[in-house]
Design a protein. Structure first.
Length: 301
C-alpha cells in the first residue's frame, strides 16, 4: 500500500473533523473555504512551521521526530489508536527501519489449541490481524457457524475463514450481527490500523482489494481512514439455532505468537445470554453427533 497516500489522506481527514472552536482557536468570519482546521492552524497548534506541516500532509513523514509527531497528534486530538497509526505510518516511511514486519503464523501450535479446548464454557478462538480464523474451541465453532459455513467467507483449501469477508460479502451477516453498521465500520477500522503497521502485507493488500472491488460499503469505510483497537466490549449476535446472544468479549494479544489474538466471549451468570451459551453447547454436541453419524459407514447400513 502507498505509504505517502495513507499519510496524506489520514492527516487530511483528521484535520477536516476539527473545528477552530474545538481546537480553542477563534473562528474569524463565516466564509472558511476548508472543512475543519486549516493547515496553518494545525501547524500553529503543533508547534511546527507551516511549510513543514504541509510537507507532512503531502505524505512525507520520513524525518518527523517523536516530538513533532506528538505535537501533530495533540493538535489533531488523536485518540490512542490514531496515535499508534500515525507512529506506524512514520516508521514505515523511514528507510533505515525494517519495513517488512514478520507476518503472524498461518497456523497455531498444538499447545495453543489445547488452551482453547480447555476453555469449555465460553467461545474462544485465535485470529490474525487480517481477521483470518486460525483455531477455535467447540463453542466458538458453534457460535460462528454462519461464518464457517459461508460460501464466500468460510474456509477453503486455499484460505482460512475470514470474519471481515463475511461481514461485507455475505448478506447473512446483517442478520447475524445485530449491530451490523457498527460492526462493519469497526472491522474496516481495524484493517486500516493493520495496514499502517504493515503496508507490505500481501495477503492484507489482496483482502482489501477484494473487499473494495465487491463492496461499496467497504469502500466508504476504507476511505474514511478511521482506525480502532478491538480489545474489549459487547457483541450482540443472532444465532440461527439459539437466537439472540448479548455477550462480553475480550481480545488479548498472544506474547508467544506475535500477530495473533485470542478472543473470548462470556456472559454474566444468570443472564439470558448465559442460558443461551448452554443451549449453544447442547446444539453443538448434537451437531457433532449428527456429523459423526453422517461420516460413519456403520451408520449408513
Amino acid at each position: 500500500m502507498d505509504n505517502r497516500a495513507q499519510v496524506r489522506e489520514f492527516l487530511a481527514s483528521r484535520r477536516a473533523r476539527i473545528t477552530p472552536g474545538q481546537a480553542g482557536l477563534p473562528a474569524y468570519g463565516g466564509n472558511r473555504r476548508v472543512k475543519g482546521l486549516r493547515r496553518e492552524e494545525v501547524a500553529l497548534l503543533a508547534g511546527v512551521s507551516i511549510d513543514y506541516y504541509i510537507r507532512m500532509e503531502r505524505g512525507d513523514l520520513a524525518g518527523a521526530s517523536e516530538a513533532v509527531l506528538d505535537g501533530v497528534a495533540n493538535a489533531l486530538q488523536l485518540d490512542e489508536a490514531e496515535r499508534e497509526h500515525l507512529q506506524a505510518l512514520a516508521r514505515s516511511a523511514r528507510p533505515t527501519t525494517a519495513r517488512h514486519p514478520r507476518p503472524g503464523p498461518a497456523t497455531v501450535r498444538p499447545v495453543i489449541q489445547q488452551v482453547l479446548d480447555a476453555i469449555t464454557e465460553a467461545p474462544a478462538w485465535i485470529r490474525n490481524a487480517r481477521h483470518d480464523i486460525l483455531a477455535m474451541n467447540t463453542l466458538a465453532r458453534a457460535l460462528y457457524s454462519p461464518v464457517l459455513d459461508s460460501a464466500v467467507a468460510g474456509a477453503t483449501a486455499r484460505r482460512a475463514a475470514n470474519t471481515t469477508r463475511f461481514i461485507y460479502l455475505d448478506p447473512a451477516a446483517r442478520a447475524f450481527f445485530i449491530d451490523y453498521d457498527r460492526v462493519a465500520a469497526d472491522a474496516a477500522a481495524m484493517l486500516r490500523l493493520e495496514a499502517g503497521r504493515d503496508p507490505h502485507d500481501k495477503a492484507l493488500i489482496t483482502l482489501v482489494g477484494e473487499l473494495s472491488t465487491q463492496s461499496e460499503l467497504f469502500r466508504q469505510h476504507w476511505a474514511a481512514h478511521n482506525v480502532k483497537f478491538h480489545r474489549t466490549g459487547r457483541k450482540r449476535l443472532r444465532h440461527p439455532a439459539v437466537g439472540e446472544l448479548d455477550l462480553d468479549f475480550e481480545a488479548m494479544e498472544l506474547p508467544s505468537e506475535p500477530g495473533l489474538c485470542l478472543n473470548v466471549y462470556t456472559a454474566g451468570a444468570g443472564t439470558p445470554a448465559a442460558d443461551g451459551l448452554k443451549l449453544l453447547a447442547s446444539w453443538a454436541a448434537t451437531r457433532a453427533i449428527d456429523n459423526a453419524s453422517a461420516l460413519d459407514p456403520q451408520d449408513a447400513r
